[in-house]
Write a protein that binds this ligand. Structure first.
Ligand SMILES: [Cu+2]
Length: 72
């Protein structure tokens, strides 16, 4: 059973940032898809909560140098 969440992502300024965030999320085991929007400052992530936790999603984005929040 997958879950869909929209994260708020701060600090992206161009399409390369979008790519970095997308790749950081997709690298995680259990993430099925990540739709990152520069314009909306968001990342819609479909993931399997049995394989990856929300906290790991946030950390993956932050390790790339951006800020991520679970409040959409
Ligand atoms: Cu950029």
């Amino acid at each position: 059973m997958t879950k869909t969440i929209t994260l708020r992502v701060e600090g992206m300024s161009c399409e390369a940032c979008v790519k970095h965030v997308t790749e950081a999320l997709m690298r995680l085991e259990g993430v099925e898809s990540a739709a990152v929007s520069l314009r909306n400052k968001s990342a819609q992530v479909v993931y399997d909560p049995e394989r990856v936790q929300l906290q790991q999603l946030l950390e993956a984005v932050e390790e790339e140098g951006y800020e991520a929040f679970a409040d959409g």
